[in-house]
Design a protein around this ligand. Structure first.
Ligand SMILES: Nc1ncnc2c1ncn2[C@@H]1O[C@H](COP(=O)(O)OP(=O)(O)O)[C@@H](O)[C@H]1O
Ligand SMILES: [Mg+2]
Length: 373
């Protein structure tokens, strides 16, 4: 798939922007704070309806304006698919093929995107929520129904926590309502866990050989999913449900005492190992980078396998973060098959065949010009 046309209205520092793209690599060059990341953010939003860098949609609307609009024409399976997102001060609307989608989960998945930004380098070392978010976003775009279970789950965790805090204060707590919430929670938790296990299996299949190649056969990557219950990755959903029920029964008093939900996918984590050693603890910065890059490249193949089309790759300021060998591995992996948007302050030091054939754009305070090359 590729984006043929992109139009921004009152989006961040873009008052009005209309660009057409071809399938190739697009390099966006500009000084700091000119609008490079904003442009990638707009494309990212069309895939997920949520920004990768803010939870507050109002920030997306150009200052002093009432709304922001992102419109694109996506070329997918030999068809043109118009996409539109409109942000108002009190909500957003998503249109697919000009038709408003009542549920955002019905819009998500039309466009598939893999983003690689500097903050992704904390994927390995950072807090567990960064790794959970990684799984949720990637899984969500190939299986939008997953996002439904996730958001229901998150709502119930909140409700359940509020209720647990209430029970905490009571001398003889009546747990009837708690038990109902627990049962609802387990329903979604089991689907989420089972889907995550499944996703991990597919991710490994691609990421392990890619990592091996980028490390010049020196490193063997392995990835573990760390759940809060004892259950095998191959377990059937029924087994997961049963295990959750038993565990929740065991920890009931403890949860009331603590006033919070102690187990479930909102507390799970991923662990990466290189040659058997935990990368978070022992990995060098280079190994962490290779791990992240392998995961991102794996996603590209995984999406192709699931959807039958390559996603769009967004590389925000990361080429300069990678050494020559990783850079050229990345660029040759995408060559000729993945529409790619690369941002950079300068192309100096990026020397690769792919870039020589790229279309260059220059961005200065919200105005983009195609450079002749
Ligand atoms: N809602 C907004 N309205 C107007 N300008 C904005 C808004 N949000 C961010 N900006 C401006 O966008 C610029 C940052 O753009 P960004 O794409 O992050 O820069 P970079 O080119 O460094 O990636 C800054 O000048 C910032 O003031
Ligand atoms: Mg930026």
């Amino acid at each position: 798939m590729f984006i043929k046309e992109l139009e921004l209205t009152n989006f961040r520092n873009y008052e009005k922007l209309h660009l057409t793209f071809d399938e190739a690599v697009n390099v966006i060059i500009g000084e700091n704070a000119q609008g490079k990341t904003n442009l990638l953010e707009a494309i990212y939003l069309l895939a997920f309806t949520k920004s990768h860098r803010t939870a507050n949609d109002r920030e997306l609307i150009k200052w002093e304006e009432d709304f922001a609009k992102i419109r694109a024409v996506l070329h997918k399976k030999n068809q043109n698919v118009p996409l539109e997102l409109i942000f108002h001060k009190n909500g957003k609307k998503a249109k697919l093929n000009h038709i408003e989608q009542k549920k955002l989960s019905e819009f998500i998945g039309a466009l598939n995107v893999v983003m690689f930004a500097p903050e992704d380098l904390s994927l390995v070392k950072g807090a567990p929520q960064i790794r959970r978010r990684f799984i949720d976003m990637e899984l969500g775009q190939i299986e939008p129904l997953y996002l439904f279970h996730l958001s229901e789950y998150q709502k119930i965790v909140k409700q359940r926590n509020t209720y647990l805090k209430q029970l905490q204060k009571e001398r003889n707590p009546d747990t009837t309502l708690l038990d109902i919430l627990t049962e609802q929670l387990i329903g979604h938790a089991s689907v989420i866990l089972q889907r995550r296990f499944n996703f991990l299996k597919k991710l490994r299949k691609w990421a392990v050989p890619i990592h091996n190649k980028i490390s010049r056969q020196l490193e063997e990557l392995s990835i573990s999913y760390v759940p809060t219950i004892e259950v095998l990755e191959e377990a059937a959903e029924e087994t997961i449900i049963k295990t959750f029920r038993e565990r929740f029964e065991q920890i009931k008093e403890n949860e009331i005492e603590r006033g919070t939900t102690l187990i479930g996918p909102h507390r799970d984590d991923l662990q990466f190992f290189i040659n058997g050693k935990d990368v978070k603890q022992y990995g060098s910065q280079g190994q962490q980078r290779t791990t992240t890059l392998s995961l991102k490249l794996a996603e590209i193949d995984l999406i192709y396998e699931q959807i039958g089309e390559y996603p769009i790759l967004l590389l925000d300021d990361v080429l300069s973060e990678l050494d020559d060998f990783r850079q050229s591995h990345l660029l040759s992996a995408i060559q000729g098959k993945v529409q790619t948007f690369v941002t950079t302050t300068s192309v100096d030091g990026i020397d690769h065949e792919t870039l020589k054939r790229a279309t260059m754009y220059n961005v200065v305070s919200g105005t983009v010009n195609r450079m002749t090359n």
